[in-house]
Each structure stands twice: as structure tokens, then as C-alpha cells.
Design a binder for this molecule. Structure first.
Ligand code: GLN
Length: 477
């Protein structure tokens, strides 16, 4: 090649590097760009890495940026594209909550306990996305072991809400939501035990989707409460959420709770249920207004709005905060410094030194409610209440296709505002936990209000994610 031509190519490449805009790219639009040869995956990946360099010092969404891995994967993706082996996710940069194992990379779960832990294998979701040629930009911040609603309980640092830097991004998948909202990745993966995908999505003004329990494998995601944990995407729009869901779902021999299903539901006239118990005193007025407006919008679109009742809603939080810590106390027993994690000189010393206060609190609560003498009074009773909560939903779904309400009772709060008051923090999970207790799919989509982001929470029937996503996607169209 003539030197002149070579220099020209280098200049063109540099120009693209400095001018390429990643703002508002979705999976669909990035896929189009890659397919039409407007940019390569390496160029796209470099543009996102640059964005992370520029913005993450302030936002602090990433615990680890896996630059070398991302660039190697981007190169491979470009080869796949050249050979015509492209899927919709090939070459597109994403991020993972730091409780997903990526082989050979650090996985901390936001805890000092796992500060130096290197994952020995890929989580099933990671494996599936890797196979499709996805590009992994890094691992995002979370409340320690996914226990929290603000990302302030991470052992490393606090992530900021990109919409307002004085506020929390929500939690526990706050890093993933903040990364998507600030264009530091096209989409991200989160985990949702009691709202951890939907609430941060609501706080950051993006889409967060928790599929039906069992549709996506939990294998290789560090367990919090196994009967509630669910993997899912945080994205810019509903279509992207559906794309990622389709790519990660399916039966997994390593997770016996995964199921396969077919969902051919046709959507003719939509019936949306509005539970009276969701509009009570604790609901912020601004949030209520945004949700009432969303209900009106759906009405104008031709949907039927039906008043429903979920009478056991008031017990959901108490029930969740017994069951989740009980399961957590059993799951976290493996972190002793011998099998996993940091080791100084003894199991008690390790657990005393490397677990944070919220995690210790939950282990103690969980051990207490499972102990003989208290098991019947707390744990067993909570299981019974869980069935009652699930029955409420079953009844409601005889009359409606989806249930609409707020994702969170409050606006994104200021950093530090609720840290000293655990009850206030737990209360922000009021609308999300009953969904996990019942295994249902649910999505948070941004409302149209001006000002701080407010999420509309749509709850669907088990395995009817297509219906749910269709109704969510229709919003505002
Ligand atoms: N905020 C809830 C809790 O602290 C939910 C967390 C989650 O979904 N991982 O338990």
C-alpha cells in the first residue's frame, strides 16, 4: 500500500474514534450500523471504552473494566460479521452486574470478601451471550451481595445517578442501570431478588425487565435468595429488553429450576388492572401523578382499566424480609475463607472482617428465623403468607392481562438520605417484592413526566412475557 493511502486510512480511523457518538444507541440501531458497515465492532467498543474513561470517574458505575477482553471479543465479532455469522447481539458492547461469573475475570459481588476472587467459569447467561459474539465491557457496582436498594452498600464505592449526581441510582443493580443511562454500554445485565433490576431502572430512567422465575438460568450468578433470584436485562427500550431476554432464556441443565415454554398469546383488547392497595399514604404525590397519567394514556390507547384488589399487599415486605434473609443466610454460609473468599486466620475472623454490616444483619436475621423455636413463628408463617400473596395475583389475573402501578413509592433519593434508616430503605421495595415472591414477570418503563425519572411498573402472568412486553412496548405509541 502506498504510504499516502496508509496515512489517509489512519487519519480516517482516528477521526471516527474521536467523533463516533454512542449516545442513545440501542441494540437495534447498533446492530444496523454494524450490519451496514457504518462502523466495526472494534470501533464501537473503543467508543464505549472512551465514554467509560470520560464519564465513569464521576458516575462510578464500573468495579472492573475488562478492556482487553472487550477488544479481543470485538475483533472476533468483526470476523463473525465478515463471515456472515452475525446474530442481533454480535459485536454489541454490554456490561454485567458484578455478581455474574465471567471466566478469568474478577467477580466481587460488591464485597470485600470476594475482592480478589477470579471466576473459574462462565455463568450460563454469560456463556450464551459470548457465543453470540457479544462484547463484555466490564462488571458493574452493586450493593454487597445484591442486598440493598441504593448501591450505597457496596463495599467499594457509591455509584451516582447520571440524571442527578447527588442522588442514588437505586439498587442493587445500580451500576448496571447507571451505565445504561449514561451511555457507557448499550445494555447491561442485572439480577432481581426483590426489585433490583426494576427499581434502579426506574430511578435512572431506563427499562428494567425481570422475567418469570425459572426462565433464565441462575447458574454462575452469585446466589442471594435462590427461590427469588432472577436474571434479566436493563436496556434503553422494551424491544432491546425482549432481544436480550430471547438470547438468555432457556432450560439449563445446571439450573434445575429453569423451564421451557411457548407463549403464543394474541393481544386483542388489553385489560389493565390497577390495585387499590398500591395508592396509599406512603406514595409520593409526584409519583402518583405520573402513574395516574400513565393509566390515562393507556385508556386513551383503548385499554380497559379495571380496579382490582391485592389484599395481602401489606404483608409483602414483612414476608420478603423474612424469606430473603433466611435463604441468604444459607447461601452465604459458603463464604468462609476456605471454600471461597479472603482468608486471614479463621472462619469467624474472616466473616467478621470481610462482610459489611447489611450482610451481617441479614445473616443474623435469617439464622434467627430459621432456628428451632422461631422457625414456625417466622419462616413457616412467611411461606404461608407467600402463598396468599401469590393467590391474590392468580385471582386478579382471571380478570386482567397485566397489573399497573408504580415501581417505587418514592423519587430517586439523595445519597445518604436513607442510609441511617433501614426501614425507610426497605419500604422502597414495597411494590417490587411481591412479584418475586410470586415468581411473576414484571418490567419498569420510564413514565413521561418531566423532572426526576419515575418508573411505571407492569406485572404480567407467569410465562406470558410476550404479552407483558407487547403492552409495555405499546406505551406512548
Ligand atoms: N432491595 C431489596 C433487598 O435489599 C432487593 C434486592 C435485590 O433484588 N437483589 O433485599
Amino acid at each position: 500500500m502506498r504510504p499516502f493511502l496508509k496515512i489517509k486510512i489512519i487519519i480516517l480511523k482516528l477521526k471516527k474514534y474521536f467523533t463516533m457518538k454512542v449516545e442513545n444507541l440501542t441494540i437495534e440501531s447498533a446492530h444496523k450500523g454494524l450490519k451496514n458497515g457504518e462502523f466495526t465492532s472494534v470501533e464501537l467498543t473503543n467508543a464505549y471504552l472512551k465514554k467509560i474513561e470520560e464519564r465513569d470517574e464521576e458516575i462510578k458505575a464500573f468495579i472492573t473494566v475488562t478492556k482487553d477482553l472487550a477488544l479481543a471479543q470485538a475483533k472476533e465479532a468483526d470476523e463473525m460479521i465478515k463471515k456472515g455469522e452475525m446474530t442481533i447481539l454480535t459485536g454489541i458492547p454490554c456490561a454485567f452486574k458484578d455478581n455474574y461469573l465471567i471466566k478469568g475475570e474478577k467477580c466481587t459481588a460488591g464485597s470485600k470478601f470476594l475482592e480478589n476472587y477470579i471466576a473459574p467459569y462462565d455463568a450460563t447467561v454469560v456463556k450464551k451471550l459470548r457465543k453470540q459474539g457479544a462484547v463484555f465491557l466490564g462488571k458493574t457496582n452493586l450493593d454487597e451481595f445484591a442486598m440493598g436498594s441504593s448501591c450505597e452498600k457496596s463495599a467499594f464505592f457509591k455509584t451516582k445517578n447520571p440524571v442527578d449526581l447527588e442522588r442514588v441510582p437505586g439498587g442493587s443493580s445500580g451500576g448496571s442501570a447507571a451505565a445504561v443511562a449514561s451511555d457507557m454500554c448499550v445494555y447491561a445485565l442485572g439480577s432481581d431478588t426483590g426489585g433490583s433490576i426494576r427499581q434502579p431502572a426506574s430511578f435512572c430512567g431506563v427499562v428494567g425487565f425481570k422475567p418469570t422465575y425459572g426462565t433464565v438460568s441462575r447458574n454462575g450468578i452469585i446466589a442471594f435468595a435462590s427461590s427469588l433470584d432472577q436474571a434479566g436485562p436493563i436496556t434503553k427500550n422494551v424491544i432491546d429488553a425482549q432481544i436480550v431476554f430471547e438470547a438468555i432464556k432457556g432450560v439449563d441443565e445446571y439450573d434445575p429450576t429453569t423451564l421451557d415454554y411457548t407463549d403464543n398469546e394474541k393481544l386483542s383488547d388489553i385489560k389493565i388492572g390497577v390495585p387499590k392497595e398500591y395508592f396509599t399514604d406512603g406514595l409520593d404525590k409526584e409519583v402518583e401523578k405520573a402513574i395516574r397519567n400513565a393509566i390515562d394514556d393507556y385508556k386513551k390507547m383503548g385499554a380497559q382499566i379495571i380496579d382490582i384488589s391485592l389484599p395481602h399487599t401489606q404483608y409483602a415486605l414483612a414476608c420478603y424480609y423474612i424469606i430473603a434473609p433466611a435463604e441468604a443466610s444459607a447461601n452465604l454460609a459458603r463464604f468462609d475463607g476456605l471454600r471461597y473468599g479472603q482468608n486471614i486466620d479463621g472462619i469467624i475472623e474472616n466473616r467478621t472482617k470481610y462482610f459489611g454490616s447489611e450482610v451481617k444483619k441479614r445473616i443474623m436475621l435469617g439464622t434467627y428465623t430459621l432456628s428451632s423455636g422461631y422457625y414456625d413463628a417466622y419462616y413457616k408463617k412467611a411461606l404461608k403468607v407467600r402463598t396468599l400473596i401469590k393467590n391474590d395475583f392468580d385471582e386478579a389475573f382471571k380478570k386482567v392481562d397485566v397489573i399497573l402501578g408504580p415501581t417505587s413509592p418514592c423519587l430517586p433519593f439523595k445519597i445518604g438520605e436513607k442510609q441511617e434508616d433501614p426501614m425507610a430503605m426497605y419500604l422502597s421495595d414495597i411494590y417490587t417484592v411481591s412479584v418475586n415472591l410470586s415468581g411473576l414477570p414484571a418490567i419498569s418503563i420510564p413514565s413521561k413526566n418531566k423532572g426526576l425519572p419515575i418508573g411505571i411498573h407492569l406485572i404480567g402472568q407467569s410465562f406470558k412475557e410476550k404479552t407483558l412486553l407487547k403492552i409495555a412496548n405499546n406505551y406512548g405509541k
